[in-house]
Design a binder for this molecule. Structure first.
Ligand SMILES: Cc1cc2nc3c(=O)[nH]c(=O)nc-3n(C[C@H](O)[C@H](O)[C@H](O)COP(=O)(O)OP(=O)(O)OC[C@H]3O[C@@H](n4cnc5c(N)ncnc54)[C@H](O)[C@@H]3O)c2cc1C
Ligand SMILES: *[C@@H]1O[C@H](CO)[C@@H](O)[C@H](O)[C@H]1NC(C)=O
Ligand SMILES: *[C@@H]1O[C@H](CO)[C@@H](O)[C@H](O)[C@H]1NC(C)=O
Ligand SMILES: *[C@@H]1O[C@H](CO)[C@@H](O)[C@H](O)[C@H]1NC(C)=O
Ligand SMILES: *[C@@H]1O[C@H](CO)[C@@H](O)[C@H](O)[C@H]1NC(C)=O
Ligand SMILES: *[C@@H]1O[C@H](CO)[C@@H](O)[C@H](O)[C@H]1NC(C)=O
Ligand SMILES: *[C@@H]1O[C@H](CO)[C@@H](O)[C@H](O)[C@H]1NC(C)=O
Ligand SMILES: *[C@@H]1O[C@H](CO)[C@@H](O)[C@H](O)[C@H]1NC(C)=O
Ligand SMILES: *[C@@H]1O[C@H](CO)[C@@H](O)[C@H](O)[C@H]1NC(C)=O
Ligand SMILES: *[C@@H]1O[C@H](CO)[C@@H](O)[C@H](O)[C@H]1NC(C)=O
Length: 599
């Protein structure tokens, strides 16, 4: 066995040109196809590319719609500097510039809904926060799939494949993380804050002032995130670590990998004999809406890693989806799979701002271009200063009381899963700039165990048209109730004794919201997305008609296709999603290797 692998390896070296290439021209691909074709060089896709291309006998192609500039991020400050991550959202050449349909639960507002469109996908534009989710989140996945490989204990080794690094200011982290829950090796870099924030001390003191509501939790990534913890982020040495920098860049010299960028996959084509089980191992793609459509075949598997918006869109375009939905667009049916595009779950985000009595907030960086340039210069020359963090060094994960949720209506996975996240921060608003004067803090609230569900559907059969995105925010009234509680919890936090004399008053519309009805109106007028879509091609048991993939991530009803990205999450974890995405991708890559090691 070993020897035959070795011979294949030698033959590969002899007869194949060394081809690891970053290509923009589809005509340069290997004519005979590849063992594996991965759709999307995003958060999950690059992990799979790395693990498969590390097996010399495999040939691997990755096709990515976005731009190639950011393989190493070298010199591209906007994607490298943690602090200015939110600015990337303004650069439409790096994002899928999506919007939602009007959200009934949000007074019919339309929300922006960007995804990363570059190497690294959303891991190259996100806000770096690294949270693994809870034991109950994963145990619930195991329960609904009937497969123990998704339990927390079974997933933990995959979650551990990231390297904790010393923060740039070299401070002692013994009070901020528990080393047992971290690794000293692994491709992805993580750390804790590298620049102190003026409210860190108040937040730590809050855990003593109200230890019942805000207990100190020595490590948010232990499997039980409940409580106030120091935030971990995907950076090292002051710069962003993404799936492009950590997983793709190091393997670009591998001779068995091609990466085709600035090229959009338009559908998968059924190549099965008439009457046979559908086989979707032919991938169609194009440079743009009017250009030539190319195809390439995967000998072993196609892996869809286009994310929770584009993966269901591609499945629908390929004839895999609810029969009635496909008929609407005259797309020939390949598999009637009613769950495709359904079950969309996302986290509503709400920011509360407060005017504070302080001269240490970072508002001036947003108001004074000279200061901003100085801070950027400090980052460039020494990788220190305020730009090394996204801002906000601690956060609190809270379960609301039994007057709001109980066993019969609790949307969370269990006692280790929070209902809300409270994330104190600098001035954060998605609708207004920092006021010209005054010092501000915000508490960003996340509804991390939502009860509402939405959907991704097609608007036309043209793959270059945007899909219809409906996160269904606050469709279930329980979400509104929990968010009202969340607003009150944030105020409770900053009304504990350590904050005496600090907070002057709530800012903006919040100032006038006191009754539950007024707070709910504030919620409806200000909630936006945390950019966490999941669940649109969920995994589940074979006999669950709404499950799109099985527990080994194979697309049900066809041969040769797996889905590996946030769309397979059956329930959204009470967490920011990149750590679960990295863990699922590592788990998925090892499932693929298990399949093909046997072959
Ligand atoms: C603004 C923002 C902030 C966030 N902040 C955080 C945070 O602080 N912490 C956290 O944990 N999570 C955060 N997230 C969420 C997290 O980044 C995502 O949930 C996760 O990265 C999704 O991974 P994925 O592999 O499913 O998809 P992606 O990483 O989005 O990858 C999909 C890839 O497929 C490509 N693609 C799509 N369609 C096609 C096609 N047809 N053909 C070819 N290529 C295609 C895309 O261009 C992209 O590169 C944030 C997300 C955003 C957008
Ligand atoms: C936006 O991204 C592109 C890369 O596609 C880059 O060339 C450009 O400078 C960026 N624009 C801004 C304003 O950062
Ligand atoms: C597991 O799922 C069953 C139904 O599928 C449910 O009754 C049970 O409560 C679940 N258990 C957990 C721990 O989620
Ligand atoms: C870090 O602090 C802890 C106590 O808080 C101490 O025991 C440990 O020695 C310190 N480590 C270093 C390297 O100073
Ligand atoms: C589409 O792609 C083709 C082939 O690369 C190119 O020649 C053409 O200019 C592109 N059209 C647009 C509108 O970008
Ligand atoms: C900042 O505030 C502190 C305490 O309120 C005060 O002692 C200090 O002088 C102030 N510094 C500046 C530069 O205003
Ligand atoms: C802007 O910042 C610079 C550099 O710190 C400082 O010298 C200048 O006084 C600031 N300008 C204003 C208007 O505060
Ligand atoms: C659970 O909460 C819901 C909503 O608040 C309420 O209607 C229901 O009666 C509660 N059930 C129990 C068993 O307390
Ligand atoms: C769907 O297409 C129609 C017609 O082109 C357009 O007006 C509408 O804005 C599209 N909707 C979405 C959500 O893209
Ligand atoms: C608060 O309400 C008062 C009275 O209705 C109004 O004048 C004021 O503008 C409101 N403030 C905000 C920030 O909405």
């Amino acid at each position: 066995m070993l020897r035959s692998l070795f011979i294949t390896f030698l033959l590969n070296l002899l007869i194949r040109p060394s081809f690891s290439r970053l290509l923009t021209d589809p005509s340069q691909l290997l004519k005979e196809g590849y063992d594996f074709v991965i759709v999307g060089a995003g958060n999950a896709g690059n992990v799979i590319a790395n693990r498969l291309a590390s097996v010399p006998a495999f040939t691997v192609l990755v096709i990515e719609a976005g731009v190639k500039l950011f393989v190493s991020d070298a010199g591209i400050v906007s994607t490298q500097i943690p602090f200015i991550a939110p600015n990337i959202l303004l650069n439409t050449s790096l994002t899928w510039d999506y919007v939602t349909v009007p959200q009934e639960g949000l007074n019919s507002r339309i929300l922006t809904y960007q995804r990363g469109k570059l190497l690294g996908g959303s891991s190259s534009i996100n806000f770096l926060i690294f949270t693994r989710g809870s034991r109950d989140d994963f145990d619930r996945w195991a329960n609904v799939t009937g497969d123990s490989i998704w339990e927390w204990d079974a997933m933990f080794p995959f979650a551990l494949k990231a390297r904790f690094t010393t923060p740039v200011d070299n401070h002692n982290t013994s009070q901020e993380i528990v080393p047992n829950f971290h690794n000293t090796k692994g491709p992805l870099l993580t750390t804790v804050n590298g620049f102190p924030s003026s409210i860190d001390g108040k937040l730590v003191a809050t855990t003593q002032a109200d230890s019942e509501e805000f207990p100190f939790n020595p490590d948010t990534n232990s499997g039980n995130p409940i409580g106030m913890s120091w935030i971990q982020s995907t950076s090292g040495g002051g710069s962003r670590s993404s799936s492009a920098t950590a997983y793709l860049h190091p393997i670009l010299s591998h001779p068995n990998l091609d990466v085709l960028v600035e090229t959009q996959v338009t559908r998968l084509i059924n190549i099965a004999e008439k009457g046979g089980k559908p086989d979707l191992r032919e991938v169609e793609f194009a440079k743009n809406a009017t250009s030539h459509r190319f195809t390439i075949r995967a000998k072993n598997e196609v892996i869809l890693s286009a994310g929770a918006v584009n993966t269901p869109q591609l499945l629908l375009l390929s004839g895999v989806g609810p029969k009635s939905e496909l008929a609407k667009f005259k797309i020939p049916l390949v598999v009637d799979s009613p769950g495709v595009g359904q079950n969309l779950q996302d986290h509503p985000l709400l920011a509360q701002q407060f005017l504070v009595n302080s001269n240490e907030t970072l508002d001036d960086i947003s108001r004074n271009a000279t200061l901003a340039a100085d801070v950027e210069e400090q980052w460039i020359t020494s990788k220190t200063g305020p730009f090394v963090d996204v801002a906000g060094n601690l956060f609190s994960w809270v379960r609301v009381g039994s007057d709001i949720v109980n066993k019969s209506n609790d949307p969370s996975a269990g006692p280790t899963s929070a209902h809300v996240e409270l994330f104190p921060n600098e001035f954060v608003s998605f609708s207004e700039a920092v006021p010209a004067t005054g010092s501000f803090i915000s508490v960003v609230n996340g509804l991390v165990s939502p009860a509402s569900r939405g959907s991704i559907t097609l608007n036309s059969s043209d793959p270059f048209d945007f899909p219809v995105i409906d996160p269904g925010f606050l469709k279930n009234p329980l979400d509104g109730r929990i968010l009202i509680e969340s607003v009150k919890l944030a105020q409770k936090m900053i009304n504990t004794s350590p904050w005496d004399g600090f907070v002057i008053q709530p800012f903006g519309a919040l100032a006038n919201a006191t009754t539950d009805a007024e707070i709910l109106e504030f919620v409806r007028n200000t909630v936006t997305s945390f950019w966490h879509p999941t669940g649109t091609a969920k995994m589940g048991e074979q006999n669950d008609p709404m499950a799109v993939v099985d527990s080994k991530l194979f697309l049900k009803g066809v041969q040769g296709v797996r889905v590996i990205d946030t769309s397979i999450f059956p329930f959204i974890p009470a967490a920011h999603l990149q750590a679960p995405t990295y863990a699922v991708a590592e788990r998925g890559a090892s499932l693929i290797q298990e399949t093909w090691a046997k072959a």
